[in-house]
Design a protein around this ligand. Structure first.
Ligand code: DGY
Length: 321
């Protein structure tokens, strides 16, 4: 019998995924789910053929360069892979995989939740109720912003951007987007294409970020670009915290230049810039975009599909280079 491959699983995964790992692999598990340091990952990977890692794991160039030679594949339990130095892995001949496609809907759902939460002042309403401070309905209490007829600017019209557009149409938002490539009419569905972020942003009552964190997009939304947005625009970020310059956005939220923000991701997670916590006009969630049972199961299965294919000598569906 062929010995089972050994996998380091850096975080606790869902029951269904752990069951499949237990059936098909020898799993080295992180049962208490404490984030591992780089040194711990290197040590626990000893004798492993592959690693399943996750956002927040410090798989930078140094850690990847110190992984044991036995490691031939790394599958990240995520679509984003800014926590994994793919070039360093490639240099060592380690293949890398992610899980695109399976978290599109849940991330788009949470984008709409943030957009609505920010526009309709959900945080302030919740707080008032929970503190027992609601004195009853009044005509001017917690007035937010309507969606219908406004423009939603989507930066990055990949799978998630598209799914956001699909949902936003039901709220009668006008869809505008900027993307490396213009979509075909069958996918654009009447959305307006802009050739530059600046052109997109200057009319965007709502602005939603859907671009990966790369050196090129680092702090994309800085003070200069915030100024491209109309007065009282609402910003939503379910992509990565690093695409926003927190200090600049906090200044703009404080002054009211930006009416509100809905944020699911933060630079330097799990730390959150303290400026956000002090503001009433931010609706924040702890990186929950893909946090449904169905999606997390699907992500785990997708990671395993990639590893199964790789170890069986087949073509894995989601190679990242
Ligand atoms: C991802 O997959 O990149 C998400 O941020 C995790 O939910």
């Amino acid at each position: 019998m062929v010995p089972r491959k050994r996998l380091l699983i850096t975080r606790r995964l869902t029951e269904a995924v752990l069951a499949r790992i237990g059936r098909d692999y020898e799993g080295v598990l992180n049962t208490d789910d404490r984030p591992l340091t780089g040194d711990e990952i290197v040590a626990r990977a000893e004798g492993c053929d592959g690693v399943i890692c996750a956002p927040g794991d410090p798989l930078d160039g140094d850690v990847v360069s110190r992984l044991p030679d036995s490691v031939r594949a790394i599958a990240t339990f995520s679509v984003g892979y800014d926590h994994l130095d793919v070039a360093a892995a490639k240099q060592r001949g380690i293949r890398a995989f992610n899980t695109p496609g399976v978290l599109t809907d849940s991330t788009a759902d949470i984008t709409l939740l943030l957009l609505l939460g920010a526009a309709r002042r959900a945080f302030e309403g919740q707080r008032m109720l929970r503190a027992g401070q609601w004195a009853g309905w009044t005509p001017t209490q917690l007035l937010g912003r309507s969606l219908a007829g406004k423009r939603l600017g989507i930066l990055g019209m990949g799978r998630i951007g598209n799914a956001v557009a699909h949902r936003a149409r039901a709220f009668e938002l006008e869809i505008h987007y900027c993307n490396r490539h213009r979509l075909g009419a069958d996918r654009e569905l009447g959305a307006t294409f802009h050739t530059s972020p600046r052109e997109l942003m200057r009319g965007a009552d709502f602005f939603s970020l859907h671009c990966p964190a790369t050196p090129e997009t680092h702090h994309f939304l800085d003070a200069e670009r915030i100024d491209w947005l109309p007065d009282h625009a609402i910003v939503v970020n379910t992509a990565r915290g690093a695409v926003v310059d927190d200090a600049a956005l906090i200044d703009a939220l404080r002054s009211g230049r930006i009416a509100a923000a809905g944020l699911d991701v933060f630079e330097g997670e799990p730390d959150v810039h303290p400026g956000y916590r002090a503001l009433d006009n931010v609706y924040i969630l702890p990186h929950m975009g893909s946090a449904t049972i169905e999606t997390r199961d699907a992500m785990g299965h997708r990671a395993l599909d990639n590893l199964d294919a790789f170890f069986a000598g087949r073509n894995p569906p989601d190679s990242i280079e």
